[in-house]
Design a protein around this ligand. Sequence first.
Ligand code: VGL
Ligand code: ZN
Length: 241
Amino acid sequence: MMNTRGSGERFQKTYKVINIYNAKKVSDNPAPQLNALILVDIQNDFVPGGALPVSEGGQIVPIVNRIQAQFDLVVATQDWHPANHGSFAANHPRKKPGDVIELNGLRQMLWPVHCVQNTAGAAFVPALNMKQVAEVFQKGTDARIDSYSGFFDNGHRKATGLDDFLKARKVTDVFIAGLATDYCVKFTALDAVELGFKTHLVEEACRGVNLKSGDVAEAVEEMQGAGVRIVKSVGRKASNR
Ligand code: VGL
Ligand code: ZN
């Protein structure tokens, strides 16, 4: 009896000490900043010569190759459509790219056939350094719904797994680069903010479609208004807290 109570008291004392120690530790050490670079859709079809070319799209490749080493983690998204995808004008009678339709309840811009699974157009640009890319997240795989964001489809119905991947690795800050500023880059950035990441747009490492002149500038303003920090370029350190 004595022995049991004795050890119980000792345990309680130790427990208190640990509690005080932990409280101090928590206040002294906030979660460390962990930076991830998200490379959005740097694929052959989105650079000049491809099916849905973004002007100057290829110019971002040397930039993203140079900055990758400064990040704790690098991931990539890949537009990856089945041939019968509902976002292709060719899959709708009498429709042409640029037309807008309703696709399963969502407003859908129609595009030329692009990034069809397992075609050269869907492959990453050959000059893009993929050695540091930890994981590729494919999107737009469901023919009935498009997916601009690297996190969710356009109806926010299904997740790609990118959010869980980043959170499991304790990522605090995401930096977004790639194509196209006014579509996939924008929606990836807006979702990142909503998901709680401190979100940065690496402006020099993005290019847009600019279907209508001013679309890219408008997209950058929209991102900024939502809380995305616009970083002109990334120097020696990604950290700018
Ligand atoms: C994209 C249009 C259609 C993009 C993808 O990567 O920005 N744009 N599919
Ligand atoms: Zn697409």
